[in-house]
Design a binder for this molecule. Structure first.
Ligand code: NAP
Length: 307
């Protein structure tokens, strides 16, 4: 039986791997279906402390991975299909039938941004289509851009983007925002944001699938089609935490985020770090920080168990 199994290889999982490896716990890290996590789908990361000139997302994850490996972290390909948690012996079943067992589990399976689901959108993700204004807003200085969504995330993204450009179109499929009134009012009153109500994106227009040039949109009430020239599309229609394999086993909120107290879940020896338990900050650095916390909590737990 393993002392520590870490599920996920984003900043939370790899930081937990680094700390538990340095504590001689020889963590086994299950890589998940997207090794490196969400950062591998972004280009340049300019807001991770320590890199004056920024660093490419995939490179940052590669460095973190190698750093943890240097101290003994072991990596295994695999996607979690199901988990059965029982204090002292947690069982993780992987796709393909294999299973692993451990005294402690650190869940760092992350979350994924929801996208609209258009083929044209998928092809341009990372090339003008993004789901993170904090990460990518600065690339669109003085450029026309659009934000899709009507919740607090969309309001927050649109307001944040006003720092960079005064040409923001906010596209929402209904005639009323879902967002809290205070956030919605800020957007409604902002002179850099134009709102297109009752509108959906039908197609993201691009050049050779390398850059975004515009959107084809449709008014859902009149069916009228229109084109909007933009350089960047920020999709802000919510996130989905990757917690399906743990449903019914751990306390979660209505959306599926794990409820954790200082990374401790409601099951002894099971910890959660990163976006899987954080719907608020969702940054690489906060994920890494909570990965460190989870590792220290796991270490203390094992020590208390005499392991
Ligand atoms: P959300 O509240 O679920 O809102 C998602 C929005 O996207 C809705 O307006 C929805 O439209 C729209 N949408 C969903 N699927 C769509 C699709 N396929 N095409 C077009 N539009 C689509 O998600 P969220 O904004 O990410 O917020 C999640 C939670 O975090 C909320 O509880 C929110 O209050 C909280 N949050 C808080 C803050 C803050 O307080 N600063 C910031 C961010 C998030 P409909 O309205 O028509 O359903």
């Amino acid at each position: 039986m393993e002392k520590v199994i870490i599920l996920g290889t984003g900043p939370a999982g790899l930081t937990a791997a680094l700390y538990t490896a340095r504590a001689n716990l020889e963590p086994l890290v299950i890589e998940g279906m997207e090794p490196g996590g969400q950062l591998t789908t972004t280009t340049e990361v300019e807001n991770y402390p320590g890199f004056v000139d920024g660093i490419m997302g995939p490179e940052l994850m590669d460095v973190m991975r190698r750093q943890a490996a240097r101290f003994g972290a072991r990596y295994q390909h695999g996607t979690v299909e199901r988990a059965t948690f029982s204090p002292g012996q947690h069982r993780i079943e992987l796709e393909g039938g294999e299973h692993v067992e451990a005294a402690t589990v650190i869940i760092a399976t992350g979350a994924r941004a929801k996208y609209i689901g258009l083929e044209s959108e998928q092809k341009l993700i990372g090339r003008g289509v993004t789901s993170c204004a904090t990460c990518d807003g600065a690339f669109y200085r003085n450029q026309p851009i659009a934000v899709v969504g009507g919740g607090d995330s969309a309001m927050e993204e649109a307001l944040f983007l006003t720092r960079f450009t005064s040409d923001i179109t906010l596209i929402h499929r209904r005639d009323q925002f879902r967002a809290s009134k205070i956030m919605a009012d800020r957007v409604l009153q902002h002179d850099k944001i134009t709102i297109r109500w009752n509108t959906v994106v039908e197609e993201v227009l691009g050049v050779d699938q390398q850059e975004v040039t515009g959107l084809r949109v449709r008014n859902v009430q009149t069916d009228q089609l229109d084109e909007i020239a933009i350089k960047g599309l920020f999709v802000a229609i919510g996130h989905q935490p990757n917690t399906a394999p743990f449903a019914g086993q751990l306390d979660m909120d209505d959306i599926g985020y794990i409820r954790a107290q200082n990374t401790r879940t409601n099951v002894e020896g099971v910890f959660a770090a990163g976006d899987v338990q954080d719907s608020v900050y969702r940054q690489a650095i906060t994920a890494a920080g909570s990965g460190c916390m989870a590792a220290l909590e796991a270490e203390r737990y094992l020590e208390a168990q005499g392991q």
